[in-house]
Design a protein around this ligand. Structure first.
Ligand code: NAD
Ligand code: UDP
Length: 328
């Protein structure tokens, strides 16, 4: 049988929107390493050139400054649509722009996929479940989302993007994949990212108090970036009937207070804990059910929290030029 057009068992031309961001830069590097041609497209809102500096000059890598709110015309085999700020601080900075990125950006990328017959993967999010009343979250749970709150520009933008993906699939036969990504962390997160893992590590390394929002009893499940990239690529290369949505994340759930304790211990930091008000609509608990990913993608995370945090601590220590003494 001839190889399937979109399958990555031959060199492909792959578009990664948001490719200069945290997840995007890891994905670009992995794809280049596998022999693919990569077009990294970014408006540099939260992404940085330094994330892909090592790829610049590689003959198979191209970097384009472009905003996906505007159409783009390219010939590609696969599209990973990752462009969108992911940290609550960044996506709430300009909420109208955030929702335009998810909605207009998806229309533009789906239009491109349709025109050039490319397979397209959407980086959706556990936020589509909102503050979930079902635990752990399975893909058939419809969610509990405030449509008019501070997080809505992101949550509802991503929900509308999922709708667009499935309507382009049903109406226009576009070959789609929808990944619901749960909290992911690791090297290449921006120091000012504002998400909890990067905040705690930066604060611990610089001797500043760790900012716990609320009483720290809320939970999250943290996935290391290498695991997540493997999941995204497994989904992209899955058979056409696996459209998703598929949860991708690490099911190990932890309270934010416990995360703070571990980070302080691993960095041997003298930082105190400082309480801050809990932001509105902050989900109380979050844990992915990854049965579907295990069954259809043969994928599950392999990096435990301790190992992932150590790699992240090393990255931030290097970034901030801080010498650290290992505790383990
Ligand atoms: P990030 O902020 O580091 O990366 C997003 C990238 O998109 C940045 O490089 C940014 O400059 C770019 N971008 C933003 N708006 C754009 C636009 N209009 N046009 C072109 N580029 C634009 O965030 P990340 O953690 O790498 O997240 C990547 C994707 O994965 C996002 O879509 C996010 O919603 C999704 N996601 C991430 C997580 C996570 O925990 N990291 C969880 C769920 C979903
Ligand atoms: N959080 C915190 N301190 C911080 C940043 C975040 O306590 O400095 C909390 C936040 O309120 C949430 C959890 O950590 O309950 C995860 O927040 P993050 O911004 O990383 O991602 P979210 O899952 O909320 O999108």
């Amino acid at each position: 049988m001839p190889p399937e057009k979109h399958h990555a068992d031959r060199p492909l031309r792959v578009l990664v929107t948001g490719g200069a961001g945290f997840l995007g830069s890891h994905l670009c590097r992995t794809l280049i390493g596998l022999g693919h041609e990569v077009i990294c497209l970014d408006n540099f809102f939260t992404g940085q050139r330094r994330n892909v500096a090592d790829l610049m000059g590689h003959p198979a890598f191209e970097l384009i400054r472009h905003d996906i709110v505007n159409p783009v015309f390219l010939e590609v085999d696969q599209i990973y649509n990752l462009a969108c700020p992911a940290s609550p601080v960044h996506y709430q900075y300009n909420p109208i722009k955030t929702i335009k990125t998810s909605v207009l950006g998806s229309v533009n990328m789906l239009g491109l996929a349709k025109r050039v017959n490319a397979r397209i993967l959407q980086a959706s999010t556990s936020e589509v479940y909102g503050d979930p009343q079902v635990h752990p979250q399975k893909e058939d749970y419809w969610g509990h989302v405030n449509p008019i709150g501070m997080r809505s520009c992101y949550d509802e933008g991503k929900r509308c993007a999922e709708t667009l993906f499935f309507d382009y699939h049903r109406q226009e036969k576009v070959d789609i994949k929808v990944a619901r990504i749960f909290n992911t962390y690791g090297p290449a997160m921006a120091a000012n990212d504002g998400r909890v893992v990067s905040n705690f590590i930066r604060q611990a390394l610089t001797g500043k108090p760790l900012s716990i929002f609320g009483d720290g009893s809320q939970t999250r499940s943290f996935c290391y970036v290498d695991d997540l990239i493997g999941g995204l690529m497994a989904l992209m290369d899955s058979p056409p009937d696996v459209t998703g949505p598929v949860n991708l994340g690490n099911p190990d759930e932890i309270t934010i207070a416990e995360l703070a304790r571990i980070v302080i211990e691993m960095t041997a930091s003298k930082s105190a804990i400082e309480s801050h008000p809990l932001p509105n609509d902050d989900p109380v608990q979050r844990q992915p059910d990854i049965t579907l990913a295990r069954e259809r993608l043969s994928w599950e995370p392999t990096v435990d929290l301790q190992a992932g945090l150590q790699a992240s601590i090393d990255y931030f220590a290097d970034l901030l030029d801080i010498k650290i003494s290992r505790t383990a």
